[in-house]
Design a protein around this ligand. Sequence first.
Ligand code: SF4
Length: 289
Amino acid sequence: MSFTIGEGETLGLVGESGCGKSTVGKTVLRLIEPTAGKIILQGRDITKLGKRAMRPIRRQIQMVFQDPYSSLNPRVQAGDIVGEPLRVHGLGDAAERKERVAALFKRVGLRADQMKNFPHEFSGGQRQRVGIARALALNPKLIICDEPVSALDVSIQAQVINLMMDLQEEFGLSYLFISHDLAVVEHISHRVAVMYLGKIVELAERETLFRAPQHPYTEALLSAVPVPDPKADRGHRQRLAGEVPSPIDPPSGCRFHPRCPYAEARCKIEEPVLRATDDGTLVACHLRG
Ligand code: SF4
């Protein structure tokens, strides 16, 4: 798969569980080493950099995880969690680090006196704010957000998403926003990539993708999103039949063919490549594009 993320841009990455979304995020960070291909950050190929050369790069790419409770050490005070990246990278003395952490707490909507609290003393939304403050500590350029609001109540999700959008504008952050929740992705993304069994099947501007999805898989995903008035939607809803096949042993030809309502004989044999359509959408389907 191949994609770019511009400065200050959010690329949403959607797909069902197990399609490889999180693996993509971890590979960009090189928490998982890529077996092939290149990762280019601001024009520099970082794919083969050794540990030492990667150190300054690590400051530029950070991650916000799905479950803020398990990603924060329960025995460490929140202020130390947020200040840890500064300490590890040897930035500032203790007083300067404390000042920076207090400023970060304030910026994400927490009080400075909460720096002494342990993770269990925060609500779910507050814990994710601690996770975001930690990700911001080193002034990164790119944040990989792996299902960052999926574990939160819907009302809290909106607050955290709005905070992330404000921070993006303020600091010019780029986000790779990984989620299975299309409503959240529609709200935050500039462009959206749809993934199926380890491949991008459609990549488009947010408005285009949600208004006129082109790939049959995107169509099915969007039609499965609940609507406020189910009667108004009856008849248009498509059900994704069958199980998600194993990405280790994917189907021949188009990987989506066993579940695709439009599949033809060639779909079982020939793998479609991503092609640009007239409106600039990239789509991998023999019948579209
Ligand atoms: Fe469906 Fe064929 Fe298109 Fe694949 S290539 S999405 S099987 S129509």
